[in-house]
Design a protein around this ligand. Structure first.
Ligand SMILES: NC(=O)N[C@@H](CC(=O)O)C(=O)O
Ligand SMILES: [Zn+2]
Ligand SMILES: [Zn+2]
Length: 428
C-alpha cells in the first residue's frame, strides 16, 4: 500500500506534527511517527491545508483546446494546491447533457491531476430559454450538483424559479452569474469615474445587485439553494448579508482578483484587466475583504478564464473578458487576506476548501485533517516568495495580470487521495 510520512508540518498553521498517509487516507497524526517502508517528506516549516477546492474553473474542453485543456488546466490546479475543481459549462458543445458532463468527468479522471466536478448548464445551450436536462446530469456518472449558465446570467425570473425548484430533488444548487443583460449591453468596465474618463460603456453595480436581490428572494420563496458567482460590489455583500440573516440558503464566492485589483488599472487600456464582472473600486475591494473575513462570502473561487493571445492582444473593446488564476489564487489570497490579518490559515482552509467542498457537495474534499479523512492535502511554504514567470505557468494561456510580479507563498506539495500530484513545486 501507498505510504507517505509527512514530517513536522504545521496543520492549519498550528504546532508541528507528523502525518502518516496509508492508501488514500490519513492513518495517523502525532509526534515522532515512524513507518517502515513509507516515503518520507520533510514538511518542516510548511503549513498543511486541506486540498483546495475551486467552485469556478473554465477548463475550455471540449471546444477551445487552444485556450486550455482538461490536462493543462487540472495540472495548473494541482500546482496551485487544488485537489478538486468545478469545471464550468460554457464549453463547445455546452455541458448541458449527461453525455457531455460524463465526458468531462472522465477526461479529468484520466488526467489524474485533481478531481473534476463538472458543472451542468441550467439552460439548453446557455440560451436562457429552456431548462437543460438537470436531473439526467445529476443522476449521471458525473453526479452533477452545481448548475450554472456562467458567462451568461439566467435572466428570465420564471426560468430561474423553475431551475431552483427542480434542483431541490437532488440537493443541487444554481450558481448565478449575476449580470442584468439589458443594463450591461456593450459594457466594458465598472461604471464610475474611470469609465467616464476613458469614455467606455460602464457596467453598473446595480446590474449585479438587482439580480442578486431577485434571486435570493426567489431562493427563499421556493426553499432552495442559490450560489452567487464572483461577487464584486459592496452592495452585493450587503444583500447577501441581509439574505443570510433572514435564513435564506444563499452562498457566495469572490475571486482573488476582485480582492486585490481596482478599476483604475483600466487606464492602461491593457485588456489583461478586462474581466466579468469588472474590477471595481477600492471601497468595493474593502467590502469584499470584510465580507469574506466575516463569512458573508463563503468562498474564494478563481474564475480561471483562459483566453488565447489573439483574444487579449487587441483593443480593449474587442478583447475577451477573463483572467487565469489557478496557480496564483493562494498567493493573491495571502496578499489580500492573510498579510492584512483578515484571515489566518484556518480561515483560508475554510474559505478555499471546506466551504467550497460543502457547497459543491463533494464528500471526499474539504474534510478535517484528521485520522480517517481522505488524504487530500496541500503543503505550502508561507515564507517563500516567487515570481510569476511565463515558464512556471502550465496553463495554455497567459492572461494573468500578475505576470512578472513577485507574490508570497509557494505551493510545495499536493496530495490527491493519498498520492502526490505535486512534489517540491513540480508535477509529481
Ligand atoms: N469571467 C470572465 O470574464 N469570463 C468567463 C465567463 C464568466 O465567468 O463570466 C469566461 O468564460 O471567459
Ligand atoms: Zn461569470
Ligand atoms: Zn466564470
Amino acid at each position: 500500500m501507498n505510504r507517505w510520512l509527512l514530517r513536522g508540518g504545521r496543520i492549519l498553521g498550528g504546532d508541528p506534527a507528523d502525518i502518516l498517509i496509508a492508501g488514500d487516507s490519513i492513518a495517523e497524526i502525532g509526534a515522532g511517527l515512524t513507518a517502515a517502508g513509507a516515503e518520507i517528506v520533510d514538511a518542516g516549516g510548511l503549513v498543511v491545508l486541506p486540498g483546495l477546492v475551486d467552485l469556478h474553473t473554465h477548463l475550455r474542453e471540449p471546444g477551445r483546446e487552444d485556450a486550455e485543456t482538461i490536462e493543462s488546466g487540472t495540472l495548473a490546479a494541482a500546482l496551485g494546491g487544488f485537489t478538486a475543481v468545478h469545471a464550468m459549462a460554457n464549453t463547445d458543445p455546452v455541458a448541458d447533457t449527461a453525455g457531455v458532463v460524463e465526458q468531462v468527468w472522465l477526461a479529468g479522471h484520466e488526467a489524474g491531476h485533481c478531481d473534476v466536478a463538472p458543472v451542468g448548464a441550467v439552460t439548453v445551450g446557455l440560451a436562457g430559454e429552456r431548462l437543460a436536462e438537470l436531473g439526467a446530469m445529476a443522476d449521471s456518472h458525473a453526479r452533477v450538483r452545481v448548475f450554472s449558465d456562467d458567462g451568461r446570467c439566467v435572466a428570465d425570473p420564471l426560468l430561474m424559479r423553475r431551475a431552483l425548484e427542480y434542483v431541490k430533488a437532488f440537493d443541487g444548487v444554481i450558481a448565478q452569474h449575476a449580470q442584468e443583460p439589458r443594463l450591461t449591453e456593450d459594457a466594458q468596465l465598472n461604471e464610475g469615474e474611470v469609465s467616464a474618463r476613458l469614455g467606455l460603456a460602464g457596467w453598473p453595480a446595480a446590474a449585479e445587485e438587482s439580480i442578486i436581490a431577485r434571486d435570493v428572494l426567489l431562493a427563499g420563496h421556493v426553499g432552495s439553494r442559490v450560489h452567487i458567482c464572483h461577487v464584486s460590489t459592496a452592495g452585493s455583500v450587503e444583500l447577501i448579508r441581509w439574505a443570510k440573516a433572514r435564513g435564506i440558503a444563499v452562498t457566495a464566492e469572490v475571486t482573488p482578483h476582485h480582492l486585490l485589483l481596482t478599476d483604475d488599472l483600466a487606464v492602461s487600456y491593457d485588456p489583461v484587466f478586462k474581466v466579468n464582472p469588472p474590477l471595481r473600486t477600492a471601497a468595493d475591494v474593502a467590502a469584499l475583504r470584510a465580507g469574506l473575513a466575516d463569512g458573508t462570502i463563503d468562498a474564494v473561487a478563481t474564475d480561471h478564464a483562459p483566453h488565447p493571445v489573439e483574444a487579449k492582444e487587441c483593443e480593449w473593446a474587442a478583447a475577451a473578458p477573463g483572467m487565469i488564476g489557478l496557480q496564483t489564487a493562494l498567493s493573491v489570497v495571502a496578499l489580500a487576506m492573510v498579510e492584512t490579518g483578515l484571515l489566518d490559515w484556518a480561515g483560508v482552509a475554510d474559505r478555499m476548501s471546506i466551504r467550497p467542498a460543502r457547497i459543491g457537495r463533494l464528500t471526499t474534499h474539504g474534510r478535517p485533517i484528521a485520522v480517517g479523512s481522505p488524504a487530500n492535502l496541500t503543503l505550502i511554504d508561507p515564507t517563500a516568495r516567487w515570481v510569476v514567470e511565463p515558464s512556471v505557468l502550465v496553463s495554455k494561456s497567459r492572461n494573468t495580470p500578475f505576470l512578472g510580479k513577485e507574490l508570497p507563498v509557494r505551493v510545495v506539495h499536493t496530495f490527491l487521495h493519498g498520492t502526490p500530484t505535486v512534489l517540491d513545486g513540480k508535477p509529481a
